[in-house]
Design a protein around this ligand. Structure first.
Ligand code: AOF
Ligand code: ZN
Length: 363
């Protein structure tokens, strides 16, 4: 067993980022021969939601004159081969049909449609299976997919930009330019990688955001679903979020509210008597099969996610600009949330500093 091949499979899997959700990113490398004189005879990855899986793409890439080598080859797959008929036929069956010699994986598939049955099928066919290789890397790669199935909620990323003196907005929430152009472009890239983007009522009203990916246009880039919380249904119907250009979900608690009919806008009621609002909201997102949410503010919403301990990752831009230290006419400026979690990375993005933190259960 050679970890270098699994690293290669992980690298291939990543090529699917932003294109395969709600499926996982999966890579597969087919390696022929004994330790010391191995060679790759096929490679593939899951490229697009609904299309062929990694294993099939790897098998398809093998040159016809090499296919006889498969029984003496190992398939390095980042995730347990599937055992069910979904949009694609089962990969476990394909590997059996091709008489692959051995299968090595990072992780078991948490999807209940598979969950161990892929490995069981392979073993029953006499194929040697090893799992748990570079398991942490595999889980990190598909953190959204694993969180969705294991915690029954989307992976939650909190993002904001703050001034050097710790403000997120001007007086009474007035929008101020904080992060630079490069950071803003990076945020649009992040949006293209997540299933949904969320803002609270004040941000929707004061900033009138479009929450699209206009600064990261890629042919395949999909605009995420927009989510806004409008508890009492007070938002003006002319704001950009209601322009029908992207699917938009409005969460509210106003039973008596009259819901406007709008293209591409769904209203979802959460009963004020139901218990913790955010817990219900993330459960509802789970039911809608949304695997990840980028929460873009404002402070109240970001803080509520932190207080409910419903978050997985924090991405914070700190600019070099100073707002004025909360004095004088800035006395009513809005303080940025306090960061918490484990420091993962810190880097420069243009003139800004980007710091990423992750939440780890129990700390
Ligand atoms: C694999 N290899 O490359 C992927 C797998 O609807 P389908 O047929 O595309 O199946 C989707 C499910 O299959 C997905 O939820 C996950 O459990 C598994 N994805 N499995 O063997 C792959 N993408
Ligand atoms: Zn499959």
């Amino acid at each position: 067993m050679n970890e270098i091949f699994m690293l290669r499979a992980l690298e291939l899997a990543m090529l699917g980022r932003g294109h395969v959700s709600p499926n996982p990113m999966v890579g597969c490398v087919l390696v022929y021969g004994e330790e010391g004189r191995q060679r790759i005879i096929g490679e593939g990855w899951h490229q697009r939601y609904g299309e062929t899986h990694a294993e099939r793409n790897a098998i398809l890439s093998v040159r016809p004159e090499d296919t006889y080598l498969l029984p003496e080859s190992t398939a390095y797959v980042t995730l347990e081969p599937c055992s069910h008929y979904g949009k694609q036929p089962p990969c476990a069956d394909l590997l059996m049909e091709k008489k692959i010699g051995r299968v090595v994986c990072c992780n078991d598939d948490p999807n209940p449609l598979v969950a161990g049955q892929g490995f069981a099928k392979l073993r029953a066919a006499g194929i040697a299976v090893e799992t748990g290789i570079l398991a942490e890397k595999g889980r990190e790669l598909n953190a959204r997919f694993f969180t969705f199935f294991e915690r029954k909620r989307p992976y939650i990323l909190l993002k904001w930009a703050e001034t050097a003196d710790g403000f997120i907005a001007g007086e009474h929430g007035r929008q101020i330019k904080i992060s630079g152009d490069l950071s803003n472009r990076l945020v649009h890239r992040w949006r293209s990688e997540e299933d949904a983007i969320m803002v609270g009522t004040n941000t929707a009203r004061l900033d009138n955001p479009r929450l699209n990916i206009r600064l990261w246009p890629t042919p395949a880039g999909k605009n995420p679903t927009r989510i806004v919380i409008d508890n009492q249904l007070v938002l003006d119907q002319t704001i950009s979020l209601f322009d029908g250009s992207q699917p938009t979900i409005v969460y509210h608690q106003n039973q008596a509210g009259k819901l406007p009919e709008r293209d591409n806008v769904i209203y979802s009621f959460i009963s004020p008597d139901a218990g913790p609002f955010l817990t219900h909201l993330v459960q509802d997102l789970h039911q809608r099969r949304i695997q990840s949410v980028l929460v873009e503010g404002g402070t109240t919403l970001l803080n509520s996610f932190m207080e409910a301990d419903l978050w997985d990752e924090m991405r914070v831009f700190r600019s070099q600009t100073m707002l004025g230290e909360g004095r004088g006419r800035f006395a009513d400026a809005i303080k940025a949330p306090i960061v918490r979690g484990n420091l993962i990375s810190r880097q420069k993005v243009g003139e800004d500093e980007l710091t990423i933190y992750k939440n780890s259960p129990g700390d």
